[in-house]
Each structure stands twice: as C-alpha cells, then as structure tokens.
Design a binder for this molecule. Structure first.
Ligand code: PLP
Length: 354
C-alpha cells in the first residue's frame, strides 16, 4: 500500500514523476541506454539540462530578466558559504529565523562581517522577526523563506535596495511571489523538486563580480554560468527527475495553480490543529508555514495511542524535528489533499476516543 508521506525531506514526489524517472534509469527514451550511463555531454542530457534550466525561469516568471538557473551540488548547505564567497565584500545582513538561517550565518562569518538584523531565537524560532532595518551599505540581505524545522514562513519580504538572497529550500515553486525582488534564490532539490543530490540556484547575473577575493572555480557562480551549469559532471539523475517535476507542475497550471491546492491543504490542517483541543500549533498563527505544519499533543499520555493510529492509517513521516519535538506535517506540492484528510481524520478520531 502506498503510504501518506509527510516526510520533511527528502520528501514526496508525484507518482508519475517516480515512474518516468525509474524507466529512464533502465532505458532512457528507448535509446537502449540508461540515463545514468550516458555522457552528460550527449545531446540527450544537454537537452534535459537546458529544458530544466528554462522551466525554472519560466515557472518563476524570470525569463528575459537577467537571471540564470544553475543545478549545482553540495546541498543548500554549500550555498551558505558560496553566497558569502561570491557576494560578501565588507558586510551583510542576515535574518536569523531558524536553524538553517543560523547555519548560513555561521558560514558567512568565516569570510567577513555579518550582522543579524533580526532574530527569533529567543522563542525557539516560533515566529518570523519583523520590523528590522537593512542598512543601504550592506552587500546583501539573506533570509529563509520557509523554516522547515519550526514551521514558519515569511509572508512578506522587506523592501530594500541591497540584493536579497533567499534560501527557499522548502517552499520554492509552492506559492506565487514576485521572484524578481530577489538577487539570488537557492533551494536543495529534495524538499519540493526532486531527489537529494542537486541544488537549484537562480541568480541575477549583474550582482556577481563585485568581490575582490579569488573564488575557487567550483565555488564561483560565474564559472558555472559560463559553462551552462556543466563545469563538471552534473548529477544527471536528480536533475532529470527535477525536470520531470517541473514539467508536472507546468502541466498542472504552474505555481498559481499549485498555490491554491497548497492553501486548501494548509487550511484543512490548521483548522484541525486549532479546533481539536488535543493539539496545539507550535508556530504563531500569522507566520504559519503552508508547507510544514508543526504541532504538539496537549496531553502527552496520548502519544502512543496517536502514533499507533497514525501507523494503522498508513501515515508516515510526521515526527517533529528533535529541536521542536511533537509532530510536523510536511505538505509539499506533490502531496494530494487526500493525505491531509487522512491525517486530520486520525486527529479527530483521537479526540472522539479520548
Ligand atoms: C533542508 C534545508 C537546508 C539544508 O539542505 P541540504 O541540501 O541538506 O544542505 C537548508 N535550508 C532549508 C530551509 C532547508 O529546509
């Protein structure tokens, strides 16, 4: 039986994408060869790479606006240092809204002055800091659009003249935004796009080339841009699978269409959390994430009963991150509303039993 997969990452992908991807591993496009045993310089793979890069810009509405899409390696965690290497000349501002943001700050501090313009660490990151200033002389401002672990999400972004860099690992392609307000966006594929192993970077080319340090080739965005995201052997399978997910999304009507589904799933989930006295949401209401809902039982004695019921209903991956505890329901693009309904049913059944 296919389970209801609420895993935070690596996470759910559309079933049709998994099927197509698995076929390509055995025999790509009836070529008699596997996708993962052909040259990345072959026409077959170059077409995949170009299609994937173009789909990214198309879906984000960034075509013809000076942006380049890259599929790199090393996860979002490598972007924490790559951003600083490429953009940090004297000082930068960071919004400390969660553990991933804190890790990005730690890496950037290795290179130059980094200031926390706002932080919600005081409340174990259960809200998004607001009302902060970004000085005009900063090289860039870095934020995390969705805090996967804590279940908070930025609903608006500051107006600033300094380039805005955003870690969108867990909510990219999930909601409509004016993506041209960002100078650089990055996202590990494994939350909303594909398997682990590739990281999407979307960068406005004119923000590059302004630092004086020497940048190692593999760490240099410009090198990757100049080589068409093929400076070295790219992770062909994660990129192909990501391309399939992007095509799936485009066929569904793009981000605007999936956003409506995501809103429905989130509102179903949060209304149960709010109405059911056995549960309490972790994140403050105004900052709640539409991707990752975090919640706790109000009565710990029900833990075993609840978890047995979840298991029996085929619900997988709802355990909270160790730094928050409780539960976390990740409802990425590929999750059907039926899975959220199944979880909500178990929660209300628990209430009627208790
Ligand atoms: C998962 C995650 C990361 C880390 O991604 P890796 O690809 O494992 O390095 C960074 N930022 C956010 C917001 C995440 O959700």
């Amino acid at each position: 039986m296919k389970k209801h997969n609420f895993s935070a990452g690596p996470s759910i992908l559309p079933q049709e994408v998994l099927l197509k991807a698995s076929e390509a591993v055995v025999d790509y496009n009836n070529s008699g060869l596997s996708l993962i045993e052909i040259s990345h310089r072959s026409k077959d793979f170059v077409d995949i790479m170009e299609n994937a890069r173009a789909l990214v810009l198309e879906l984000l509405g960034l075509e013809g606006k000076g942006y380049k899409a890259l599929f790199l390696q090393g996860g979002a965690s490598t972007q924490f240092l790559m951003v600083a290497l490429n953009l940090l000349e004297t000082r930068a501002g960071y919004l400390n809204s969660g553990s991933w943001a804190a890790k990005a700050i730690k890496e950037a501090k290795l290179y130059d002055d980094v200031y926390e313009v706002g932080s919600s660490k005081d409340a174990n990151y259960n809200y998004i800091p607001k009302g902060y200033e970004i000085p005009e002389d900063y090289d860039y401002f870095h934020c995390t659009s969705n805090n996967t672990i804590f279940g908070t999400q930025m609903k608006s972004f500051p107006k600033t003249n300094v380039p805005m860099v955003c870690d969108m690992s867990s909510d990219i392609f999930s909601r409509t935004l004016d993506f041209s307000q960002f100078g650089l966006i990055y996202a590990g594929a494994q939350k909303n796009m594909g398997p682990a192993g590739t990281t999407l970077v979307v960068v406005k080319e004119d923000i590059l080339g302004k630092v004086s340090r020497k940048i190692p080739s593999m760490m240099d965005y410009q090198v990757h841009i100049d080589k068409g995201s093929m400076y070295n052997t790219p992770p062909v399978f994660p990129i192909y699978t990501s391309m399939l997910t992007l095509e799936w999304l485009k066929n569904k009507g793009g981000i605007a269409a999936i956003e409506k589904e995501n809103e429905k799933k989130a509102s179903l989930m949060y209304s149960e959390i709010d109405l059911n006295p056995l549960f309490k949401g972790f994140a403050v209401k105004e900052d709640r994430s539409f991707m990752n809902a975090t919640f706790n039982l109000t009565n710990d004695n029900l833990k075993d009963t609840f978890e047995t019921m979840l298991k029996e209903a085929g619900i997988s991956g709802v355990n909270g991150h160790r730094s928050v505890g409780g539960y976390r329901a990740s409802m990425y693009n590929a999750m059907p509303i039926e899975s959220v309904k199944a979880l909500v049913e178990v929660m209300s059944e628990l209430e009627s039993k208790a």
